[in-house]
Structures are given as C-alpha cells and as structure tokens.
Design a protein around this ligand. Structure first.
Ligand SMILES: Cc1ncc(COP(=O)(O)O)c(C=O)c1O
Length: 411
C-alpha cells in the first residue's frame, strides 16, 4: 500500500508561503494574482509513482497540463519523461532538459517535417492514424525508433464528453480491431497507445480501455503499451472520490502488459492539478442586483473550462485576509467575477463565502493543471507569475508578463 498523499496544500500553510514570497519579492502590494506550485508534494507524488511500477516503466508527464519550463525541469529531475502534444511541446521538453528518448510525441496532426525531426531525435512517436504510419514508412525511420499506434477500443465515454477519448466517435486513434492488420502492414510499429480521457473517466472505463489494448499488444507480440493518462482528481466535494494510485496500479497489474511489456504512462492532472493554488487580490466588492459580487484578477483568461463549461468544472475558493489567513465569520452568497469584459466571466455564482472586503485575497484551489496552460488572450491581460515552493522555500518558476511583454506578443 502506497502512503496516501495530501490532496492539496492545507489552507493553514498559505500564509507562511505568502510571507516567504513577500520576503523574496515574489508577492507584493501590487501583485494582482500569483500562482503557487507545491514542488515538494509534486516531487513526493512522482516518487510514489515510480515506486509503484516495474523499474523499466517510462513515466512521462503531460506537458499540456502545465508547460512552465522550470516546473517541467523539476519533473525531469525527479526521473520522469515528458509527453508532448505538439512540436512546440517537444521544444519545451528539450528546454526543460528532457532526454529525447524520454519524450513521447503525441499529436493527431504531425507534419512530415515534424515526423522526420522526431525520428532523427529519437523520440517515442505515437502515430494517430494509418496515414501517419504510411508517412513514417516513407520517411524511413532509423531502426529502433519507438513507434506506437494509438488505438481506440471504443469502450465508451466518461462523464465529460469533451475530454473523453475512447468513445466510438472520438477523433483519436484507429479502432482497436484494426490494430492487427496495421501492425502486419507496418512493421515499424513496436507498441500500442491508448488514452481513455482526461477527468470524468472512472477506473472501470480506464480498465476496459487499457485492458483491451494490453491484450491486443500481447497477442501481437509488441514490446510496449502506453496506457496514457487520465487518472482523475477531486476538485470539490461534489466530485466522486477518485481512484487512488494504488487502485490504478492494482488495475494495471492485472493486465497482460504488467511484467511482460514495457509500460509508458502519461499522467498530467494527477501530477499537477492539486499542487497549484492561486491567490488573487480582491480588487472590488460590489452589490449586483442584490448579490454581493467580488471581482478578482483571474477569470475566463485562466479558467476557460470553468467559465465556459461550469457544469463540468469547478474549483474550491476560500476568502483570506491580506496576510493569507482564512477569514472567519458566517458565509454569505457571493458571486466571484473575473476581470474580463463579458458578463459571463464568472468563477462562481452565489457561492457561500466568508465576508470579503476590497484588499482581501481569494484562494482558488487545484489550479496546477489545464488552467494557466490554457491561457486565453481575451482582453490581453498579462499571464500571472508562478512561484514554486518546498515548504516555505520559494523560487520563481515563471515571471509572468508585464504590459510590455503583452505589447511585444502582439507586435
Ligand atoms: C494523449 C494524452 N495523454 C495524456 C493526457 C493527460 O491526461 P491527464 O492530464 O488527464 O492525466 C492527455 C490529456 O488530454 C492526452 O490527450
């Protein structure tokens, strides 16, 4: 049994970290919003992940969850590789010091030039469809190139259609039934790749998809199986209790791949989501049609999924005093509005929150994955800085953008 990790930073630890960030000049009176990332707990999670798998497993972390290069470098230093969903992410992986043979290149839209460069570098390449295999053949990849075929076992969708990837109508991969025919036609294929979806996929669905893929890889005598990512996390009490690392490895260890083929993993959210937390200054508090409404410095620019699909995505929020201590007192229905110029830019509607004044802080939890990474330029506000911490040792991971950076971006 692996020790259960703390799900996220206890609120009592926020004030000391803020204090340390203030001393280091990383949080100050003019700060609008800063993202913090708990490196110590992330690193401990990676240690648990490595310990739970056969020694030759290649654990890659999905860059798309959080592409901050210094954060990726911390992941690489802990022995993980990186999963890249675009050529730009391959370059991010290299900038983070990841060895090419520990980078998995997944994308349903790879150009010939990218495929050639990937093969020359010695990346793991997961082909998404038959034409990509044909193009790899034509390019003539060097012997030993790790080429996988992404398959879709058609196991069904999870609770969030947008992020489910093994339903029959998913745009990814080839139907699993075609794997035998394609592996016979393209001997360059050495492994199979499956990714069940990201959040909203329960262990049963992952089990069905991964098990079917492992059986196919064994039947075709392939060397490895990339089981993807998708281990869900819990954002609020309304989310179902997610499977633990132990549940996941127990499930995987019952597959035909465990101990017989090399396993590749591509977790993103499980590694990063709970480790990130955002503190925004509450810039305004006003009455909107009788509802107390606070305006904060992060909205649909950083929380795209929350704002545009509020029924599927949510975050817990806590009102803090200016020093970062939770505010006491009875909760009152409060709407949390972002800074962008449309009425729908809301992070919460009439949510019970402690009484807030201008100058207090709002803590938004579980922001380590698919938030900053999905930044939208609407209204051209600069990206917030990211500060890593191990306990109260703080380090700048990303400087954020000042207005000059934004002008440079659009110039
Ligand atoms: C191919 C692939 N692998 C891995 C991941 C990471 O998923 P998660 O962050 O849910 O673990 C994704 C996410 O979309 C993906 O598309």
């Amino acid at each position: 049994m692996t020790e259960q990790p703390v799900r996220r930073l206890p609120v009592a630890e926020v004030a000391p970290v803020l204090d340390a960030a203030r001393s280091a000049g990383l949080w100050h009176d003019e700060s609008r919003a800063v993202i913090f990332h708990d490196l110590a707990r992330m690193e401990a999670d990676l240690g648990r992940l490595h310990a739970a798998f056969p020694a030759d497993t290649l654990h890659t972390v999905a860059i798309k969850a959080n592409p901050v290069v210094r954060l990726l470098a911390a992941v690489v230093e802990r022995g993980a590789g990186l999963e890249a969903a675009s050529w730009e992410e391959v370059e991010l992986a290299r900038a983070a010091g990841c060895a090419p043979d520990r980078i998995v290149f997944d994308s349903p839209a790879k150009t010939d030039a990218e495929l050639r460069a990937a093969a020359e570098l010695g990346l793991w390449i997961n082909a998404d469809h038959e034409d990509e295999l044909r193009r790899l053949d034509a390019i003539g990849v060097p012997a030993g190139t790790q080429v996988g075929l992404r398959v879709n076992p058609g196991s069904g969708a999870g609770s969030i259609g947008f992020t489910s990837t093994v339903s029959a109508d998913s745009k990814f991969g080839v139907p699993l039934e075609r794997a035998a025919e394609l592996v016979a036609r393209y001997p360059v294929v050495r492994g199979l790749h499956v990714h069940t979806g990201s959040q909203g996929v329960g262990l049963e669905l992952i089990d069905a998809a991964v098990n079917a893929t492992c059986d196919a890889a064994a039947a075709l005598d392939l060397d490895w199986v990339d089981v993807g990512g998708g281990l869900p996390v819990r954002y609020t009490d309304a989310d179902p209790e997610p499977p633990t690392l132990d549940d996941w490895t127990a499930m995987l260890s019952r597959t035909t791949a465990w101990g017989t083929r090399r396993i590749v993993t591509e977790l993103g959210r499980w590694v990063q989501a709970g480790r990130g937390w955002l503190v925004s200054r509450i810039e305004a508090v006003k009455d909107v049609n009788g509802v107390r409404t606070m305006v904060v410095h992060a909205g649909a620019d950083m929380f795209l999924r929350r704002v545009y699909q509020p029924d599927s995505w949510d975050h817990e929020m806590v009102v803090l005093d200016p020093d970062g201590n939770p505010k006491a007192g009875p909760a009152e229905p409060t709407t949390v509005a972002g800074p962008l110029c449309f009425s729908g830019d809301l992070l919460a509607v009439e949510r019970p929150l402690a009484h807030a004044e201008r100058g207090d802080l709002l803590l938004i939890r579980d922001v380590g994955a698919y938030t900053l990474a999905m930044w939208s330029r609407h209204c051209s506000r600069g990206l917030p800085p990211v500060v890593g911490h191990r306990g109260t040792d703080v380090v700048e991971l990303f400087a954020g953008e000042d207005p000059g950076d934004v002008v440079a971006f659009w110039s």
